[in-house]
Design a protein around this ligand. Structure first.
Ligand SMILES: [Zn+2]
Length: 248
């Protein structure tokens, strides 16, 4: 029987029971930022949460919100983008983790859909782990989706992977007919990430340096059905990783 594991939607006794069963929590992290004219601004947050909803019951973990907003200064040139400073996000993430560890959570799985969050998440995870509060596993679910999609544009912003995830979440939020202005495909180093396999890292201040329209990608062939299949694959892969690190 499917049981809801999403903390904001369940009662305190239910949450406590899940927490005490195996001390495992899952925290989706994303962002609210421009994703071109065709995707919702909450794409990263909604994508991470969608994966979390699939995974949490299967690993018997408590699915916990940290809020939809992340660290996204490179997108602030576009109205509709929200960004926390790294220190704000670190405090938020730390406070949420500490609220959980005092009630038995000792295993924290972060499901991150937004690369801009990564340095801060790793810093806090490292600190809390060193303090002996909990063990951490950070899974880059957007990157995982890119790999599993088999598509070339693995690190694009607003491209096929983001679009497939949103089609899986709610097709009404996706407007493929408006996706008429992708930036050139070489906009692959979005967010200052090195190209696949690259060793050099050159942070950028504004997404428009690499993607003038804010997004790039090839949306040919994306459907809600293939989106749901992709998220299911991602969920399965996440379950395997969680089991490999924290046991069954
Ligand atoms: Zn993002």
């Amino acid at each position: 029987m499917w049981v809801n594991h999403y903390l904001p939607e369940i009662t305190q006794p239910e949450a406590e029971r899940i927490l005490w069963e195996r001390g495992l929590v899952l925290i989706p992290t994303g962002s609210v930022e421009q994703h071109g004219p065709h995707l919702p601004c909450g794409t990263d947050a909604l994508g991470a949460l969608a994966v979390g909803r699939l995974v949490a019951p299967r690993v018997r973990g408590l699915l916990v919100p940290v809020g939809p907003i992340g660290v996204a200064p490179v997108h602030l040139g576009f109205a509709g983008t929200l960004s926390l400073k790294a220190e704000t996000f670190m405090r938020l993430f730390r406070d949420v983790c500490l609220s959980l560890t005092r009630h038995g959570a000792d295993k924290v799985v972060v499901l991150n859909w937004h690369e801009g969050n990564t340095p801060t998440l790793l810093t806090v995870a490292g600190e809390l782990q060193a303090e002996g509060r909990a063990r951490f596993l950070l899974i880059q679910v957007a990157r995982l989706a890119g790999e599993l999609s088999g598509r070339q544009e693995r690190s694009s912003h607003g491209g096929a992977v983001d679009t497939l995830a949103m089609l899986a979440h709610d097709p009404a939020l996706v407007h493929l007919d408006r996706a008429v202005n992708p930036s050139p495909p070489e906009a692959g180093t979005i967010g200052g990430l090195p190209p696949q396999g690259g060793a050099a890292y050159a942070p950028i201040a504004d997404i428009r340096v690499v993607a003038p329209t804010g997004w790039s990608g090839d949306l040919a062939g994306v459907t809600a059905e293939s989106g749901r299949a992709l998220l299911e694959q991602v969920a399965e892969a996440v379950v395997k990783q969680v089991e490999a690190v924290f046991g069954v």
